[in-house]
Structure formats: structure tokens, C-alpha cells
Ligand binder design. Structure first.
Ligand SMILES: C[S@@+](CC[C@H](N)C(=O)[O-])C[C@H]1O[C@@H](n2cnc3c(N)ncnc32)[C@H](O)[C@@H]1O
Ligand SMILES: [Mg+2]
Length: 393
């Protein structure tokens, strides 16, 4: 059942069974996606490095967040171990992640455990999300939840979403949206709880939601209500004061690390590849001039069949400033059949400049993979092979 078919007679975490169309409420995009997108937008805006999703379920939100370049540690926790085991592989890096490594490291770990247990590996996070989780906690666990998540883990930001029961009369025959829900709160109930918790643990809270009500029913509020909690500055957190820094209660069921430019071997691979491509592109654009010179000397073009026009090269588009920087850098030159590209020239290209801080760094990384001039200041490429193919000497 998908939430995008809100022709509903009963509701399971926002997933609805079919009833006649005249009673339908349709969320576009589906409500669960609106919740994930809401978190994704917050991540784009605040760029947290460490993010944990408590009650992560089938890890859909983690899969959406893992592409965010700012995140370096992504953790999912759920009490249902089967859900985690089943989904682990979809969080592992794909071929493309190796071909185009991220700038920053990323580790993803899934833990089996309950949000009301303290595990020190979740200390120091920038963002913790609890999407459609709290309504699944019984009264004992709900009472423990704030002291663990706000008091002990004490992240910079916490996002909590839960159903807004005031919306439920718009669904035919709905009492609770899911048989596992222990409660569903009105906006007043959620806000009273949230304000109490925020005040107790020195957070501020902002209320919003996703799933707009239909025209004429605006007074019921969003279908999903959301609280965004921000830790007040200067708070001495319990986690800082805590001496229990090696409290490992959760069981890690899956962990994976992504290739990144912070890892030497991937950095080298990318840099060598970029330098080779740039040198090749310069070499190819140098050939027509070389051809002219050969023509002037009276060398005969060899019949290699087909067109001898240089293959058009669609390189990156540069801004005026970038172009000027490239033009003002040392120019490539030829000595005999050798083509020299000064490292300073390569460093003028934005892509390479982003990878390498200076000439020394570039030299040390590429030296054992790419031929360099005797003083190490330029990459040396052979013009002969390519040239021989087109001209007889
Ligand atoms: C409605 S699902 C939400 C899943 C996910 N957050 C999403 O929005 O798609 C609630 C999840 O909370 C998990 N859960 C319930 N009680 C929990 C607890 N005490 N600790 C950790 N996870 C819990 C359930 O196993 C389930 O996967
Ligand atoms: Mg639920």
C-alpha cells in the first residue's frame, strides 16, 4: 500500500487501504516522501556532519541522505533487526561511487537496539531524526525517550514527526492510523509535550508539518506534525560531562565506508586521471599547429583513411576569470617530439586546482604514475605516436 493512493478506510503509518474515490485525499508527493524531503531540506540547509535516524525502519531516509556531500557519519537505529539486515546492502557503495569518489569520507552504520537505551556511539551528533517513531513507544519508553535522546545524546538538532490526530476525521473510519500506535496526539498535545521536553533539556522548538489539509479543512493542520528542536547555545551537555563514554549497548548489524578523496589511494587515482585527461586534451589541441608546421616542411600526410580533422573536444566551460587564469599560466611547449605541460599550467585548471593546493603536492602524488621533465616542473607527453599516425617523416 502506498500513501499516494489515499483512498482510505484504514491507515498504516500513512499508508492507506482503498475506499471509493469520492472519499479520497491525495498527497502529492506521497506523505512519507514529504517527510523524508523535509529532513533532506534541513540537511541541505544546515549541513550536519553526523546524522542519526532513530527508528529508521527500512532505511529509506538514510538512502536519501547518503548522497548529501556534507554527511560523514550516517547511523540508523531500529528495534526490528530484520528490517536492518534486509536493507544493509542497499546502503553500500556502488561502482559509480568508486569511479567518482566523494570529497569527504562517509561511514554508514546500522544498529539494532532501542532508542531508550544509551549507547555512547551516538554521542556528539549534529542531527538526530525520529520520523514517525514516538507514537510507537509505550508510556514507559515515551517517558524515558527525552532523557536518552535530549539529555544523554544531546545532539545540536532533533527532528520529531508524529501523526496529527486532528487530521484523522478526514479519513473515513480511522481511529488510529496504525495498529502499533500507542497514541496519536492533537497539535496541542504534541506541542505541550515538546515544549516541556525542550524546556527541561534546554532546547528551543519550532512547530511545522507536512501533508497540507484539503481546501475547507485548513483548521485541522498538517497530516504529519513536526517539531524541530535546536540546542540552546552554551549548554553543558550531559554527554560532555558523562564518564560513560564506552557504553556500547547496540549491536552493529551493518557498516560500510565510502571511497573518498580523503583516502590516499582514491585521491591519487582521481588526480592521475584528471592530469592525464588534461594533458591529453592539450596535446590533441596542439596537434593542428604541429600539422601546419609539418606541412610547411613538406611532409606528406599519410593516408590513414577517413577524416583527418582533429576530433572536436568539448571541454568544460570556463568563466572569464578562470580563462584569464589559464591564459596567464605557463604555456605548454614542444622540444622535438616531446610535449611539455608545466604543472603550473595544470594547476590553473579549476578541477585540478580544487584537488591540489600547490605544485609540490601535485608532483609528489603523480610522480610515480606520469612521466615528468627532469626538473619535475612539467608533465611530458610523446607527440610521436599520434603524429606518426597522420604524417610520414
Ligand atoms: C512507522 S515506522 C517509521 C520508519 C521510518 N522512520 C520511516 O519514517 O519510514 C517506526 C519504526 O520505529 C521502530 N521502533 C519502534 N520502537 C522502537 C524503539 N524503541 N527503538 C528503536 N526503534 C523503534 C519500528 O521498528 C519501526 O521501524
Ligand atoms: Mg507510526
Amino acid at each position: 500500500m502506498e500513501e499516494n493512493n489515499l483512498q482510505c478506510s484504514s491507515v498504516v503509518d500513512g499508508n492507506f487501504e482503498e475506499v471509493p474515490r469520492e472519499t479520497a485525499i491525495q498527497f502529492k508527493p506521497p506523505l512519507y516522501r514529504q517527510r523524508y524531503q523535509f529532513v533532506k531540506n534541513l540537511v541541505d540547509q544546515h549541513e550536519p556532519k553526523k546524522v542519526a535516524d532513530l527508528g529508521c525502519g527500512d532505511t529509506s531516509l538514510l538512502r536519501l541522505l547518503k548522497v548529501n556531500p556534507c554527511i560523514e557519519l550516517l547511523v540508523g537505529v531500529d528495534i526490528n533487526e530484520d528490517k536492518l539486515r534486509w536493507r544493509g546492502d542497499s546502503l553500500a557503495p556502488f561502482m559509480g561511487d568508486f569511479l567518482k569518489p566523494r570529497d569527504l569520507n562517509l561511514t554508514i552504520t546500522l544498529y539494532h537496539g532501542s532508542v531508550v537505551e544509551r549507547d555512547s556511539r551516538l554521542l556528539g551528533f549534529d542531527l538526530i531524526t525520529c520520523i514517525e517513531l514516538i507514537e510507537h513507544l509505550d508510556s514507559g519508553d515515551l517517558a524515558r525517550f527525552p532523557e536518552v535522546v535530549f539529555g544523554y545524546l544531546s545532539p545540536s538538532m532533533i527532528v520529531i514527526s508524529t501523526p496529527n490526530s486532528e487530521f484523522n476525521p478526514l479519513f473515513p473510519s480511522v481511529t488510529l492510523r496504525d495498529s502499533d500506535h500507542k497514541f496519536e496526539w492533537t497539535r496541542m498535545e504534541f506541542q505541550t509535550w515538546a515544549l516541556y521536553v525542550a524546556n527541561r533539556y534546554d532546547y528551543s522548538v519550532e512547530f511545522t508539518g507536512v501533508g497540507e489539509p484539503p481546501a475547507g479543512a485548513e483548521n485541522v493542520g498538517y497530516c504529519t506534525q513536526i517539531g524541530i528542536f535546536r540546542k540552546n547555545e552554551g549548554k553543558a551537555t550531559e554527554s560532555c560531562l558523562s564518564e560513560q563514554h564506552d557504553q556500547h549497548v547496540y549491536k552493529a548489524v551493518f557498516t560500510t565506508s565510502y571511497p573518498s578523496l580523503q583516502q590516499e589511494r582514491f585521491f591519487k587515482l582521481v588526480l592521475v586521471n584528471e592530469v592525464s585527461q588534461q594533458v591529453e586534451s592539450l596535446r590533441v589541441s596542439h596537434l593542428p599547429r604541429r600539422k601546419e608546421q609539418a606541412g610547411e616542411r613538406g611532409d606528406k600526410p599519410k593516408d590513414i583513411g577517413g577524416s583527418k580533422a582533429p576530433v572536436p573536444c568539448f571541454g568544460p566551460v570556463f568563466t572569464e576569470v578562470e580563462k584569464a587564469k589559464i591564459e596567464n599560466s605557463p604555456t605548454p611547449f614542444c622540444v622535438g617530439d616531446k610535449f611539455f605541460v608545466p604543472l603550473q599550467r595544470l594547476l590553473a585548471y579549476p578541477k585540478l586546482n580544487r584537488l591540489c593546493a600547490n605544485e609540490e603536492m601535485m608532483r609528489s602524488v603523480i610522480a610515480d604514475s606520469i612521466p615528468l621533465s627532469s626538473d619535475g616542473s612539467a608533465v611530458v607527453a610523446d607527440l610521436r605516436n599520434y603524429f606518426d599516425e597522420q604524417f610520414e617523416f
